[in-house]
Design a protein around this ligand. Structure first.
Ligand code: NAD
Length: 265
């Protein structure tokens, strides 16, 4: 039954949406009437609780697919199952991501491979699998969660910065190849967002420097983010909904930064 919401009748796959930014993005889409396929790792009972709560809260259909973003076959299956479950796939959010910090000299090869697979290659596999569904629907939005680290670098993040710069390139090519179609592809580039991914970095720094977690959080912001405020997952959900709106139809192939001025410096 039509709900009169802006994404009524649309269906989305949001990778890495069992936590943090992805979960807030999935919520923002569901609240606008979009059917959502959640994806990510975690405890099965917790994920089911999250899924059911979001379905109740939004009134939209919410399902879960446990594809591991290091496995192309599972990624293709997540795309196919989303289209099958909701009768189409209109919105793809490539958001799953991991981090590991170490100087290049000590950077474990396995961590390099995992970060490139999850933060970059997964978006290629899902985009390739999703485009035919968007063409069939005659409408598509691909939104890749990049980072300030898609535009500038920091020390000790070789794999993450390489993957995030890579996703900027993939986004531009996807945008050009779909430019004449009713499909857009953009990135959202957050600065610091206080999710489990960043909390782990703050805690590690506090331990190393013998400071408190809150002191270290403020130091982290002061080094990079001129606003000295964390970007919130909810704000990023709002940016995603904007990119899925009619107003954003001619926005394609570009980064939308939400970094409190980080990359203006
Ligand atoms: P998070 O750790 O809270 O969430 C990461 C999500 O990815 C989780 O749902 C996790 O289960 C999922 N995931 C991890 N490995 C996976 C795999 N192999 N297969 C499937 N799912 C997997 O982190 P977050 O901060 O919400 O990060 C989300 C995205 O935002 C990432 O791409 C990250 O690089 C990006 N980002 C985060 C920040 C920040 O400050 N937190 C800033 C810029 C960009």
């Amino acid at each position: 039954m039509p709900t009169g919401k802006t994404l009524d009748g649309k269906a989305a796959l949001v990778t890495g949406s069992t936590s943090g930014i992805g979960l807030a993005m999935a919520r923002a889409l569901a609240m606008e009437g979009c059917s959502v396929m959640l994806n990510g790792l975690g405890d099965a009972a917790e994920i089911e609780k999250t899924r059911a709560a979001l379905e109740r809260e939004s009134g939209s259909a919410v399902k879960f697919h446990g594809a591991d973003m290091t496995k192309p076959e599972e990624i293709r299956d997540a795309v196919a199952e989303t289209a099958k479950a909701f009768g189409g796939l209109h919105i793809l959010v490539n958001n799953a991501g991991i981090q590991h910090t170490a100087p290049i000299d000590d950077f474990p090869e396995g961590k390099w491979d995992a970060i490139i697979a999850i933060n970059l290659s997964a978006a290629f596999h899902s985009t390739k699998a999703a485009l035919p569904h968007m063409r069939e629907a005659g409408w598509g939005r691909i939104v890749n969660t990049a980072s300030a680290h898609g535009l500038v670098a920091s020390v000790n993040k070789a794999a993450y910065v390489a993957a995030k710069h890579g996703i900027m390139g993939l986004t531009k090519v996807t945008a050009l190849e779909t430019a004449e179609e009713p499909i857009t592809c953009n990135t959202i580039n957050p600065g610091w967002v206080r999710t489990p991914l960043v909390e782990a970095q703050i805690e590690a720094r506090a331990k190393e420097n013998g400071t408190s977690v809150e002191e270290e959080a403020l130091k982290l912001l002061s080094e990079k983010q001129p606003s000295k405020k964390f970007t919130t997952p909810e704000q990023l959900g709002g940016v995603l909904v904007f990119l899925c709106s009619d107003a954003a139809e001619q926005i394609t192939g570009v980064p939308i930064t939400a970094d409190g001025g980080w990359t203006a410096q």
